[in-house]
Design a binder for this molecule. Structure first.
Ligand code: HEM
Length: 114
């Protein structure tokens, strides 16, 4: 259902802006939240834990690191979907990138949290 091209044109393309209109969430595009965790009586009881954990993890990474892509040997941008590991959840095999602390303060924060 999350790959329905009527709901999500070119569903396999990473295009987060598909959910936006004029810089705001577009209510006309179905939120994946209404499907990703199932629905009805068997809806996932871990959905709030998962959403909260993912939000905190992603926000913490973006707060502390600048993320730079590492181009391939020919200088071209790496295509993360060129080698995908399939399974219950498909993931890129690897994503070559550099994570640089955004400032000395952030570096200190990272050093003290390990
Ligand atoms: C991103 C993370 C997660 C996703 C995408 C996800 C998705 C799902 C989906 C699609 C179902 C099936 C719903 C159905 O049968 O209609 C499900 C069921 C379930 N999930 Fe999750 N889940 C996630 C994380 C978690 C976590 C963290 C927990 C526990 C802490 C959890 C516990 C369960 C349980 C116990 C069921 C079975 C519910 C039942 O059959 O009554 N899930 N989940």
């Amino acid at each position: 259902m999350l790959h329905d091209p009527k709901e999500y044109p070119e569903p396999t393309c990473f295009r987060p802006e598909r959910y936006l209109k004029d810089g705001k969430l577009n209510p006309a595009v179905r939120s994946p939240n209404t499907l990703a965790f199932g629905f009805g009586r068997r809806i996932c009881p871990g959905r709030y834990l998962s959403s909260g954990s993912l939000f905190m993890t992603i926000a913490s990474i973006l707060h502390t690191f600048d993320i730079h892509e590492i181009p391939d040997d020919n200088g071209k941008a790496f295509d993360p979907f060129s080698s995908v590991v399939t399974g219950l959840i498909s993931t890129p095999d690897h994503i070559p990138c550099k994570l640089i602390p955004r400032s000395d303060v952030k570096k200190h924060l990272i050093d003290n949290s390990i």
